[in-house]
Design a protein around this ligand. Sequence first.
Ligand code: SF4
Ligand code: SF4
Length: 382
Amino acid sequence: MDLKLDAEDLNTCVSCGLCLPHCPTFRVTGEEAHSPRGRIALMRQVHHHNAPVTDEVLDAFSSCVQCRGCEPACPSGVPFGRLIERTRETLADERIMTSVWQRVALKSLAWPALIRFGSLLLAFAQRLRLVPRRLGVPAQLPIRRAPLVASGRDVYLFTGCVMDAWQRDTHLAAQRVIEAAGFGVTPTGNLAPCCGALHLHSGLARDTKRLAARMIAKLDDQPILVDSAGCGAAMKEYGGLLRTDEARAFSSRVYDIQEWLAQYVERLPRIEPLALRVAVQDPCHLRHVQRVHNATRTVLQPFVKELVELDDDGLCCGAGGAYSVLQPQMADKIRRRKLASIELAAPDIVASANPGCSMHLASGGVETLHPLEIVDRALREA
Ligand code: SF4
Ligand code: SF4
């Protein structure tokens, strides 16, 4: 089967295996088919030798978290993210992958009113104890959400889809911190309802391109700050996805909110730090894809008594967008390693800059906040 892969991308892998210890699924199972090298070998078999897409091959591709921890570890620069995205896209086009219910659920993300309504139903169901905790939905979804109000036009704050419905408080805190640094903020709201990251991971690249083109047309010249690492990573890659000058110019205006604030942290008031020991969990799409995870330390350092690092070298937590819903057993096994690292660090709280990681860790019993929620708390308490 023609997986529509770039031959050069596929040939770059020299099968050295240096990426294996950085792959969360290989760490869990120890199986070659669950490693980057094994997955690339299977792509070659299917693409070059027309090998059949058996259940085992499909499992190898669908069990990948798309964390891209293998990319910075690879001395040959294999673009594994692009390989797995294209593979999944071809398999989704052939209807071998991505079920109808997944497609319907993903389509709904472009409709904010539908998400708000669904979230409200879920919030009521939670209060009637009808939502199992293992689903990873945040405890006590809000029935009412405080409005996000524009305070100026210096920067956009991208608010997105599910995060805005479930974690509006993170956006509110992020906006207050950016305002405290002296900038006027325009929350994007209905201007840009969804970034399309989850669609891309599921092989629905056409949907992502549609959402990207719509967002590019709506958001004019200001910097676009993103407080979800997964969304920010996807938006920074619109240039490569759409391959237009307009998309490339758009992507160059996208910043993770901490990456952007790190340049202006001196503008925030000097205050007594919070008496907290905070462990930093680097979301994969901040560390391996955007590669701006050090900004989390720069932004948090002045506002907390102690910052501690986890001992796992940025290994994935298993959240992976919708991965924890689609592959719950593997996601749980991957999370156990992260929970052990957190337990060893013994923090009061964990800072995580990605909503999916926060929810996945919270459903494992860990208290998490976005780094800017911690800064906001420090500023408010002062
Ligand atoms: S993206 Fe993550 S899970 Fe997939 S092969 Fe690479 S390291 Fe392993
Ligand atoms: S992906 Fe990179 S690190 Fe992994 S086996 Fe291939 S060349 Fe080696």
